[in-house]
Design a protein around this ligand. Sequence first.
Ligand code: TYC
Length: 112
Amino acid sequence: MLNHSVRMTDKNDEENESGVVVATKPKTQRPPLYKVLLLNDDYTPMEFVVMILERFFSMTHAEAFEIMLTVHKKGVAVVGVFSHEIAETKVVQVMDYARRHQHPLQCTMEKE
Ligand code: TYC
């Protein structure tokens, strides 16, 4: 009673068996994050991939070039980590843009 009306100032405080108020970990939930992945192929021009990374992932030209080369050499790279909704939007934007320019570039997402 006293504990609840007067002493509990933090909603994450709890009372132990001895009646002592102790701080506990906040039980907040973070939304899951999703990696957006870019896949290599033999046909999409390097400059087109660099432009995609600048345009949709706000990378500088130097950053975009570096990530593009990583995908080219390794086959895949993470280009960003976002909430589900933002990741989905990025994937759709990249896939639409590539299709409109008739490049086979593939972009996918997966839970982190
Ligand atoms: N491999 C492509 C080429 O040699 C370049 C490329 C890089 C394509 C990255 C896709 O996600 C990609 N033209």
